[in-house]
Design a protein around this ligand. Structure first.
Ligand code: KMH
Ligand code: ZN
Length: 277
């Protein structure tokens, strides 16, 4: 049986600036245009962060609303908001966009170093975010930057702050977090409760290699300029679409072996137990 691969595109993130690459989308129009181009190539989830008028990370619900409306004018890609925002933001600031009721929102179940700073998620903060997500009936995606974060999420599940079926995203290859390796996935995936779905993101150069491992192991994948700004060694990607195009090619090349192809938005909604629109 064909098992579709859901492609998430993480379009902008909070850390990549124009000084790193001129191609990072910043304005609502640029983000929406990128989302639509990626959708046409096969992406079915847009993982969204937004930026202020200076191009700096923001979690302003009005900017989220504008970006969401601009994307929805063009296509029905699944909208996933970041509740991670940028390091140093308060939890209330990070979760304000939930009021717009996106299809999905992220929930990181642990803290991790981001450069010289800490992306902070204490247990009380995780609970506050989980409660916000549940209040608006949004589906969480559990962000796992390191292995122990799986147990923290299972604690939230046991206490009823999140519920099955859980969708997980392993964000691999951050310095200080879980490695982007097949062995790491082989360790983590069996820890997930029956009925879970999961995807893998690889930071920096690991993006495509770990995506391949995920496809082979039955997972879904995330690509995009939030995680990686290079198409190949030393070559900046000219767009998010080019990254999606590259992963689609990889999925197609692996298809004789994996019997997997790119999921449509409708298939992704069914796999993730999201309501159909
Ligand atoms: N920008 C990071 C500090 C998420 O989107 O939920 C957090 C992050 C995770 O990107
Ligand atoms: Zn993010």
């Amino acid at each position: 049986m064909i098992q579709p691969v859901i492609i998430t595109v993480a379009l902008v993130g909070a850390e990549v600036l124009r000084e790193h690459t001129p191609y990072i989308p910043i304005t609502p129009d640029e983000i929406a245009k990128d989302a639509y181009e990626c959708y046409k190539l096969g992406a079915s989830i847009a993982h969204l962060h937004v930026r202020d008028e200076k191009g700096m990370p923001s979690q302003d619900k009005e900017i989220f609303k504008e970006v969401t409306a601009k994307i929805k004018e063009k296509c029905d890609i699944i909208i996933q908001y970041s509740t991670g925002g940028a390091v140093g933001m308060s939890i209330q600031e990070r979760i304000q966009g939930l009021e717009n009721v996106p299809d999905m929102a992220t929930l990181s179940t642990g803290s991790i170093n981001f450069g010289d700073e800490v992306f902070m998620n204490t247990r009380a903060q995780m609970i506050e975010i989980a409660q916000g997500i549940s209040k608006y009936g949004v589906k969480p995606e559990i962000e796992i930057f390191d292995t122990g974060m799986i147990d923290s999420a299972l604690y939230l599940l046991k206490k009823g702050y999140i519920s099955m079926p859980i969708h997980w995203d392993f964000v691999t290859g951050m310095l200080g977090g879980v490695r982007a390796s097949k062995e790491a996935l082989q360790y983590m995936v069996p820890l997930l409760p029956e009925g879970s779905t999961w995807s893998v993101a690889g930071i920096g150069r690991s993006q495509f290699e770990i995506a391949k491992e995920s496809i082979l192991l039955g997972g879904h994948i995330r690509v995009g300029m939030e995680d990686n700004i290079y198409l190949e060694k030393g070559v900046l990607t000219p767009s998010n679409a080019a990254l999606v195009e590259k992963i689609v090619k990889i999925i197609e090349e692996l298809e004789p072996k994996t019997k997997r192809r790119v999921a449509t938005v409708q298939e992704a909604r069914a796999i993730l137990n999201l309501k159909t629109v």
